[in-house]
Design a protein around this ligand. Sequence first.
Ligand SMILES: Cc1cc2nc3c(=O)[nH]c(=O)nc-3n(C[C@H](O)[C@H](O)[C@H](O)COP(=O)(O)OP(=O)(O)OC[C@H]3O[C@@H](n4cnc5c(N)ncnc54)[C@H](O)[C@@H]3O)c2cc1C
Length: 551
Amino acid sequence: MNNKNGSALPAETVDVLVVGYGPAGATLAALLGRYGLKTLVLDKTHEVLLMPRAIALDNEALRILQLAGLAEEAFEKIVIPEVRMHSPLLGQFARANTAGCIDGHPKLVTFYQPDLEQAMRDQVSRFESVTSLGGFELDNLAEEADCVVASVRDQQGQTHDIRARYLVGADGASSRVRSLIGQDFTGKTYSEDWLIVDAGNRRQAAIDHVEFLCDPQRPAPHMPAPGGRERWEFMLHPGESREEMQSPESIARLIAPWIDSQELQIERKAVYRFHARCCNSFSKGRVFLVGDAAHITPPFVGQGLVAGLRDVANLAWKLAWVLRGRASTAILNSYDEERRPHAKAMIDMAKLMGRLIMPRNKLAAFLIHGLMRTLALTPASRKYFEELAIKPKNIFRRGLFAPHRRGDKLVRGGLFPQAWVRNAQQQMQLSDEALGDNLTLVGFAADPLSTLSPEQVFAWIKLGGSFLHIGACGQRPVGDCVFIEDLNHAILPLVPRGTLAVVRPDRHIMHHLPGIQAAELVQSCLALMACANSTADSVSITISAPPRLRA
Ligand SMILES: Cc1cc2nc3c(=O)[nH]c(=O)nc-3n(C[C@H](O)[C@H](O)[C@H](O)COP(=O)(O)OP(=O)(O)OC[C@H]3O[C@@H](n4cnc5c(N)ncnc54)[C@H](O)[C@@H]3O)c2cc1C
């Protein structure tokens, strides 16, 4: 990071101060840079942490990294086709089918966290409006009427004050920001410790899937990672000391069923105590919490960092819209409202999977694993476990969107699908690239511009809105609107032709209505952005000019 001392700190008030330059803080900084905000990211350390931590990411996480501007090849990944669960008594008793893609990205990949963090820092460095500084530790903060004043200590022990319109705590599980805003973690702390071993030089011999050895004596997840790496995680027994279990002899013994200790090249090892905890609010006033600062989960379903990425995608654009004066500050309340229930649901799923896959005694293991094997024979339960329907859907219950409607395939508050499309320049691209950074009014086989009066078009653009026309494969653009062809017919069938949808910059659906109600749609979204407490139902609609329908 680019600093040596306090003189590098900006003297003027910044838009956003991000405390913590881990993966959540770095991704937030990249998004804020993309939205053009004057951002300062501070970290008490200078380098990316090399400890063995996150290894798996899902399609939603990869889509957020795409949103933050990371190219597909920015960091290496291994696509995981399946997750297998083995019992010493019953053999393979369950599997999760992770082959294929959702919204343009593989359902499950493994990666090397330091590579991702470095790639994200490189991305951040492209934005002039973002400064990242190492060697500054947050000590204290005070909220004033129009800003937050943060006291940070440099490595010489000198204290400096930084003023920011908003402050985001991305400072990890022991977050200082969290304790300064009085948001202690609630929830369970697991008593078991786990030994994590990352081995290198396994390019020829590594497995190509994830396996859970569900032995109640010693459960052990095992998976491949890029760069010829492989990871094992071993639960420690009460009385086994961390030091003893991390010794080369213990590791050689634990890994013996897979590799001869002579071949073993240990790259990293660490013992962690897993936690399942979430704070009661992700924000207070001008201060927000993201990533591990807000929630921590056992890694049994690989969702800790993924949840942090969902946080930053949700928060970044809202901060940008408020700071640019395009939306009321009230929309910031929807960050906690939208994110906390889903983060909690993911923690609950990780706890459930831990109990199902790795029961602590032999009888429970035999019964649970036997039941899971039997259930796998019925299509309904196969869908639940094998096809991952058990995973909580990222659909908001409350927040900055129009109320849900029963039976909708395109769910308000849910994610807008992503698919391969062709733009007017005949280039293939993923559809999010056409959505860009704006609040987008999308026309399904209809030009959204043609449905609005010039005043409404102006109001929409003033709100930070843009327009996108999605046509069928082979259709040619008409009019001035940005146009893409839905090459695989993946988006258009979700709603009747002529529907208009409003997609937020974080790719969640704010609203959709038939094109004939275009004016009402725009007016409802303007009202939502003026006040998160308005719902489409409670908005009184006044339209200055009747809508012109040319489509
Ligand atoms: C064994 C293990 C396996 C995991 N597997 C997965 C997985 O497969 N998939 C997944 O999604 N997640 C997984 N996770 C979780 C994932 O690693 C974390 O959720 C993620 O690293 C948290 O990122 P963060 O940016 O929120 O916090 P951190 O990475 O902890 O970053 C916080 C940063 O804040 C800085 N900081 C702290 N205090 C201050 C202060 N006062 N002032 C200034 N700077 C400060 C720190 O130096 C640090 O750089 C796993 C975790 C573990 C331990």
